[in-house]
Write a protein that binds this ligand. Sequence first.
Ligand code: DGY
Length: 325
Amino acid sequence: MKKTVLAFNRVSPELVERLQPHVELIVPSPERGDIATQFAAALPHTHGLIGAGRPLGEEQLRSAERLEVISSISVGYDNYDVDYLTQRGILLTNTPDVLTESTADLAFALLMSAARRVAELDAWTKAGNWKRTVESALFGCDVHGKTLGIVGLGNIGAAIARRGRLGFGMNVLYSGNSRKPALEQELGAQYRSLDELLGEADFVCLVVPLSAQTRHLIGRRELALMKPSAILVNIARGAVVDEAALIEALQEKRIRGAGLDVYEKEPLADSPLFALPQAVTLPHIGSATHETRQAMADRAVDNLLAALAGERPRDLVNPQAWRKA
Ligand code: DGY
């Protein structure tokens, strides 16, 4: 008998097509009523969950007595209570690597947009404001040759650093839990404490996973260490930054600008950020290209099917849960 899989977000026709021959697939749909009710009704006989962007822990999964695996279509797994899943022997998988370059591209798009005021001046032009040569009040700042500070030099951080160093001749600084000698060699990247990096960088790019240690890593004190001419880019998770403190710093022009893809509460609605032209606000699209989302879905399906077949999945987040169930 086929196992039951409940798909809960980022469900593409390709994902359905790949899964359907192998599992009994349940995809909650607004046409059939309330999504939460459908989700809750399916959970007790679900063996596998696949999707992204839904907090899942004890409260949500108590009734999921047959659950063997959650396959997240994301690299980040801060939405899941990993300790709880591990204790229950539920495998958790993610989709690393395949989104590294796309996410680094987006970090650079935010950085460039904030520096050269791309989004702001696009809106300005379309509003019919371009009557004569643009005056210095609308000028941006250079990117090439400046100092790029990467907070968290993992795979995505390194891909951003490469773009900065090789594409824009930037000096690269980084902070994090460990030194990266190979990247120091390859890119001339220099290690700094977080405080030092904040004081020296023209662009501070946040690429750390969200954890108890990184929640509000950048708050009022850290923002005060940044140069008034500096730009903050956050493609990590919203809660890595104290958003209220950031808004205050932007309103008081204590930093030049921000390029944001992630927020403390998503979707972002009614935010003071909307009134700040020096804040570029994107709707959490770091990995949102056709190619990359397809690759993520494929990887997530592979992980899911492997786990349901009793094989160790490639991207196991909680190896302690393997063979525990
Ligand atoms: C991830 O995969 O974690 C990215 O933030 C996209 O959701």
